[in-house]
Design a binder for this molecule. Structure first.
Ligand SMILES: [Zn+2]
Length: 269
């Protein structure tokens, strides 16, 4: 298995994120956050490689955060590989992205809600051009889900991005909930558009999609495994149980758990 959506943050930032969840949600999240502990859990679950990310929620922090992410990947002997972060109000986001790639990052994480920005902001254009050129990928949390279902038409906004950057590989997190059908409808025109499974196949999760077997099979080449581990209020593997419950043909499951992710980056191939 390849898990493309894991969160590792520097200790102080992680503590702040956990406080936020403790104050604003009734989620009980108690998984250890140290990179080595997270890696050990994934290894024990049979994950062969994982992709991890953080995100810059204000200006002036992306460079340091990217350096921490790259160093953490080295500490993990690149069992985990990082996505970079940029902030659009920093002086040179494309330069920050380049530096992060030079240091071992393989793509970019965008969180529209936490970072208070939009993926279709034209200031992302030079950043996306760079990522496409360097054969990386984007993983994006679109809108304010699960706190608010309005994504300002995420599928249309991402289609516009992919029209400008057809070679850009773009993964929408959380299976695109609540817009998964809208993303699927655009996939014939945008073969580099993917959805990850993060929280969308765990019964009782606030982002449970309820997608059925026929739907999943219809976009089997465009689904990749993601989990949000360790920032989830349930055990690692719950999404896998949800996928297993669909009784998908083994070759379809294999695409979702591994083969599709290999197309996102040469580092995962
Ligand atoms: Zn996430």
């Amino acid at each position: 298995m390849i898990d493309v959506h894991v969160h590792l943050h520097p200790p102080r930032l992680y503590a702040a994120i956990r406080r936020w969840f403790a104050e604003r949600t009734d989620w009980t999240i108690d998984h250890a956050t140290e990179p080595a502990a997270v890696a050990a859990t994934l290894r024990a679950a049979g994950v062969e490689r994982f992709v991890f990310c953080s995100y810059a929620h204000k200006t002036g922090m992306a460079r340091d955060l990217n350096a921490w992410l790259a160093q953490t990947a080295r500490d993990l002997d690149r069992y985990g590989v990082p996505l970079a972060t940029v902030h659009l109000d920093d002086p040179d986001p494309a330069g920050d992205l380049d530096a992060a790639f030079d240091d071992g990052c393989i793509g970019l994480k965008i969180h529209e809600d936490v970072q208070r920005l939009a993926v279709d902001d034209p200031r992302f254009d030079p950043v996306f051009a760079r990522i496409a050129q360097r054969e990386g990928f984007v993983l994006a949390h679109i809108g304010h889900v699960p706190w608010d279902e309005d994504t300002n038409d995420g599928p249309a906004r991402i289609a516009r991005v992919l029209e400008r950057h057809p070679r850009l590989r773009f993964v929408v997190a959380h299976f695109g909930v609540p817009d998964w059908a809208g993303y699927a409808a655009r996939m014939p025109q945008h073969p580099n558009l993917f959805l990850d499974t993060t929280m969308a196949f765990t019964a009782g999760s606030p982002l449970f999609a309820g997608a059925d077997r026929a739907f999943v099979e219809s976009i089997a080449d465009a689904i990749v495994l993601g989990t949000d581990y360790p920032n989830i209020p349930y055990a690692y593997g719950s999404d896998l149980q949800g996928l297993a419950a669909l009784s998908l043909p083994p070759e379809v499951l294999q695409k979702i758990l591994r083969e599709n992710a290999r197309r996102l980056s040469p580092a995962l191939a």
